[in-house]
Structure formats: C-alpha cells, structure tokens
Design a protein around this ligand. Structure first.
Ligand SMILES: *Cc1c(COP(=O)(O)O)cnc(C)c1O
Length: 347
C-alpha cells in the first residue's frame, strides 16, 4: 500500500504554508483593506487591482465537473510545468532520491529533475516504443519517488498500453505520473477515471494542446486530495492570474469548439499521414495517438534544414535516442500541411 504521508519530504509535510490575505478572508463582499491593493482601481479598464482567488475555486469547480472528478482531486497550475516542478519539490530529496523516466520522452522531466538535483534514471522504451516494465521494476528501490509515463508519448506519438501502466501502478510504492497532454486526440479513456483505485496515481493534462490555449499557460494535475494538499501547500500563493482564470472560465462555455477543432485536426492528420507515406524517402510514419507524427526519413537532418530554409519549421528529433532520422511533425491546417508536403515533394 502506498503511504503518501511517508513518501513526502518531512520538512514539506511539516511546513506551515504562507497564509495570504485571500486565505484568511474568502468572502467576496466587503470593504477590502487587507491586501495592500490599490483601492482606486487599475491602470487598465479591468479591475485587476484585486488579487485573484489563490485556489481558483470557481474555475476549478467547472473543470472538475467537466472532467468528472471532485474539485479536491484537481490542481491547476501555470502550465503542466508547474505541477511537475512542485512534485519534485514535495517528494524528492535532492542528491538522495531519484525518479525514473522512459526516453525518448518529454524533456521537461529530465530538466526538472536536474533543476532539483534529483537523478532521473532512464529506462528506455523498447524499439517499438512500449514500456520496459521489467527494466523499470528491477531498477526501483526505496529512493525511487516517481515514475514518469507520458501517454500518448512525446515525441513518439503512441500511447502506452493500459496493462503496462496498470502493472506499474499496482506494484510501485511511489508516485506514478501519467502525462496525458495529448489525451484529447486519443480514442482511449483517461487514467483520471481510475484515480480512486490508485492512491499513487497523478495524471497531468493541459489546456495547451487540444484547447488551443498554450499562450495562457494552464495545466492540470489530477490526484488524491492528500497528494494535491502538499502541492497546494508549496505553490506560489497566487499561481494563476485572474486574467487566465476568467478567460478559461468563459472558454469552458464553448467545449464544443474544442471538440470541433479536435475532429478537424484528426481529419487533417489522416490526410497528412497518407501524404507523408507517399513520399519515397519517408521510411516510416509511426502510429500516432496525438496531434503529431514522428516520421523516419532518409537524411532527416538535411531535410529539416532545407525546410527551415523555406521557413517551414518541424522538430528535429534525429539526435534523440531511438528516434534516429526522425522528425516530429505537428498536424497543421490543411493549407499548412499542403505547404509542407509540396515542399517535401520538391526536395
Ligand atoms: C506540450 C506538453 C505538455 C504541456 O505543457 P504545458 O506546460 O501545459 O504547456 C505537457 N506534457 C507533454 C508531454 C507535452 O508534450
């Protein structure tokens, strides 16, 4: 059984968090002379002179309802980067603890680990980009605090088999962080449906991809109230601006717009896949459950540079483990995809 209380760093467990003015009085009516705000207003037309809700209660209630979880099972952060950073801070003792990552994968886990002086032990994916569960299992010990599983995985595009993730969740004594940044493009159910079953499960999602809100910076972490209690304790008091909270709250009245965009992108994706597969120098378009493809092609690096020269920018992954000669190509508009394919044909 996973004991979160024992897993968290002792000084974080015992930390007395900062208590903001908006923590100490949560009502919305009254004469507010407690936070040293500018009582006259702001220099813009909007009343940004007031501090935002530190726990984003209104927004959180709405997102939680949409996702079918309790508000206590949801943490909202400044991108997914924030909960990743907070998880390291809450659970990993620098120079002592370590985490496990499964490269090729999202680079932020390694960077966050490096920032915190926590070793990220790598258990590479198999050549067909599945988890090496045996390798993971044989590596973990009492100092392993987290395992990061990206599904669908960036940059390979595939999702990790449900049974493999379940095996890790059931047997690992630490946190299993499943990053579902691309889940809206996949047919598979989210792991958030199984939060109650696995007290060591943390699921990351984001508004940056399917929702088209990368510029706002809003990430989600789903986990038990106990785990999120520690993240809330150590986060910056006002981690999400009022502008973000208000804008996304409004955007949530238009969920159908997100669904339409996802449907459109999936349609574009199908067409792009067919076009890419028709190119003679393309060796493999890897199966994708996301809004991008990893494409293996002859002389990927040279092709990347020739595309750049035409101001067509894809992501060069040719230097990445198991992605040799691989470019990561995001699905664009039909026009953008057409431009890309025509440029590739003309090479
Ligand atoms: C894009 C992406 C994210 C999103 O990060 P944000 O900070 O929320 O924009 C998270 N994880 C992976 C694997 C991604 O590719």
């Amino acid at each position: 059984m996973v004991d979160i209380h024992a897993l968290v760093r002792p000084h974080i467990r015992d930390l007395k968090p900062y208590s903001s003015a908006r923590d100490e009085y949560t009502g919305s009516e009254g004469v507010f002379l407690d936070a040293n705000e500018n009582a006259l207003g702001s220099i813009t037309e909007r009343p940004w002179n007031r501090y935002p809700d530190p726990y984003q209660r209104t927004l959180k209630a709405k997102v939680a309802e949409l996702k079918g979880v309790a508000p206590e099972q949801l943490f909202l952060g400044n991108g997914s980067d924030e909960p990743i950073d907070l998880l390291f801070r809450a659970f990993c003792e620098p120079k002592t603890d370590h985490v496990i990552i499964n490269p090729p994968t999202y680079g932020m886990y390694q960077v966050s680990a490096d920032i915190h002086q926590v070793e990220a032990k790598a258990v590479p994916l198999t050549t067909d980009f599945q988890l090496d569960v045996e390798g993971i299992t044989s590596l973990w010990n009492a100092q392993t605090k987290m395992i990061f599983i990206c599904s669908p995985n960036n940059p390979t595009g595939n999702e990790m088999p449900y049974a493999q993730v379940e095996q890790v969740l059931k047997n690992f004594h630490g946190l299993v962080v499943v990053d579902e940044a691309y889940i809206d493009f996949s047919e598979s159910p989210s792991w958030i449906q199984r939060l109650e079953e696995f007290p060591n499960l943390v699921v990351l999602q984001t508004f940056s991809k399917a929702w088209g809100l990368a510029g706002l910076r809003l990430g989600m972490a789903f986990a038990s109230a106990e785990i999120l209690g520690f993240l809330n304790k150590i986060k910056a008091p006002y981690n999400l601006s009022g502008l973000v909270q208000e804008t996304v709250l409004e955007a949530l009245n238009h969920v159908e717009k997100k669904d339409e965009m996802v449907a459109q992108l999936l349609q574009n994706k199908q067409a792009l896949e067919a076009d890419l597969k028709g190119l003679p120098f393309v060796q493999k378009v890897y199966p994708s459950d996301a809004n991008f493809f990893l494409v293996k092609m002859k002389d990927a690096k040279a092709i990347f540079n020739r595309l750049i020269a035409q101001k067509i920018i894809v992501r060069d992954r040719s230097g990445v483990l198991l992605c040799e000669d691989g470019l990561r190509i995001t699905v664009g508009t039909s026009q953008e995809n057409h431009t890309l394919v025509e440029a590739l044909k003309a090479l």
